[in-house]
Write a protein that binds this ligand. Structure first.
Ligand code: COA
Length: 378
């Protein structure tokens, strides 16, 4: 007996919550440099005796050239530039208040629902997927589900840089399999608490944001700018070159739960060298699986970690530099927003494509993890 053809699955809406507060490179560098000066003065004798290393100065010029980042958004700016603190001050909320991450998730989700023309009654499942959740349980997704009044179920996923694309994969599979009619995926990337603002190599990398998407069957989609998902592809390969050891076991390890290895740290050069070829191969294979060639792709909504990475990948794929129109860049404004970067690019730059135009959403980074979706404008 022939099995029923799975339904066409569509991204029917997206949402983007951008924090109110901006931190420029100059502001960040001034705070770090002052912190480094004080550190060096405090440890002058040990540094002179060769027992400790001097903290070097950071520079805005380096940051922009090495990463393409000009500024980043902060959920809460207070504390980050305070040389006596060097981390955001986010007051703890009581158990009966909406958590910070659920709050920003709800803001992005409401936008995506409005764009897709969906009310809570039309959604069956909520996936919150990001680099960190602020607690282990109950799931942030279930809190969001409750706040939005959605019946059904929700769960959290952690896939670092690929959390957003991997969540879209799960949503696609659930709708295709018929286990949900419509799924809300949300990426509340509250990255600032994991940044070591006292580390020159990484203090500039991240920004806070939340993105969301609605995934549903084509036969229920009424949105004006829906995209059929033609296929998804995922790849992971273990690497410790981007790592955060923060976790509940620290308590039993008798170590400082906020020690520097517990925060984000990386070997940026290795990541660059190892991830770029993986991403290029992955993208080439994925589009060819759908009978498409590079010139057939109207837009590449790529992960946003580093401008040089995007230019390298775009250049290798196209055989020349990609234009902004072909591969839009948002990291100058948003910085690296963990998994949300490709979704920010999609959200801001998808309405102008014409029916039948093809595009690719792709993330790459920590794990290592690579996730992609080949889509076609309806
Ligand atoms: N200000 C001034 N100089 C700095 C600096 C800063 N803030 N940070 C580092 N430097 C120095 C380094 O110490 C180094 O000096 P040296 O040559 O004397 O040793 C020099 O600048 C070059 O540093 P390097 O780390 O090799 O720079 P880079 O060109 O590789 O750029 C990254 C650094 C992190 C921007 C880049 O490697 C990157 O983005 N890689 C990919 C990372 C990624 O995608 N990660 C995923 C995260 S989720």
């Amino acid at each position: 007996m022939a099995s029923a053809k799975p339904p066409t699955v569509v991204i029917s809406g997206s949402g983007l919550w951008t924090p109110d507060h901006i931190i420029t490179n100059d502001e960040l560098v001034a705070a770090y440099n002052e912190w480094a000066n004080r550190y060096n003065a405090r440890h002058a004798d040990a540094i002179a005796a060769g027992k400790m290393e001097e903290k070097p100065q950071s520079s805005s010029e380096f940051i922009e050239k090495a990463s393409g980042i000009k500024q980043r958004y902060a959920y809460i700016k207070e504390g980050i530039l305070d040389v006596d603190r060097m981390r955001p001050f986010i007051p703890e909320r009581p158990d009966d208040a909406l958590s910070d991450q659920a709050e920003i998730a709800v803001r992005a989700a409401r936008q995506a629902m409005a764009v897709a023309g969906k009310t809570a009654a039309g959604i069956d499942a909520v996936i919150v997927s990001c680099a960190y959740t602020q607690r282990s349980y109950p799931a942030i997704a279930i809190e969001v589900q409750e706040a939005l009044g959605i019946d059904g179920f929700g769960f959290d996923m952690l896939v670092a840089c690929s959390a957003a694309t991997f969540a879209l994969h799960r949503a696609y599979e659930m709708v295709a399999a018929g286990t949900a009619r419509c799924v809300l995926t949300i990426n509340p990337e509250l990255t600032s608490p994991q940044v070591n603002f006292c580390d020159r190599d990484s203090h500039f990398i991240f920004g806070d944001v939340a993105t969301a998407a609605v995934v549903e069957r084509a036969d229920t989609c009424t949105a004006p700018h829906g995209y059929d998902i033609l296929g998804t592809r995922a790849k992971t390969k273990f690497s410790s070159h981007v790592r955060s050891n923060f976790g509940y076991v620290s308590r039993a390890n008798d170590v400082d739960p906020f020690g520097t290895d517990k925060l984000f740290h990386q070997n940026g050069r290795r990541v660059f060298k190892e991830v770029c070829p993986m991403a290029i191969q992955h993208l080439t294979d994925h589009i060819s699986e759908h009978g498409l060639n590079v010139p057939d792709i109207k837009r590449w909504w790529l992960h946003q970690a580093n401008i040089n990475m995007n230019q390298h990948i775009g250049g290798k794929l196209l055989g020349r530099e990609a234009t902004f129109d072909e591969a839009p860049i948002v990291l100058d404004r948003y910085a690296n927003t963990a998994s949300a970067g490709s979704l920010i690019a999609f959200h801001l730059y998808h309405q102008d494509l014409k029916p039948g135009d093809h595009g690719v959403i792709c993330s790459f980074g920590a794990g290592y993890s690579i996730g992609s979706l080949v889509v076609r404008k309806r």
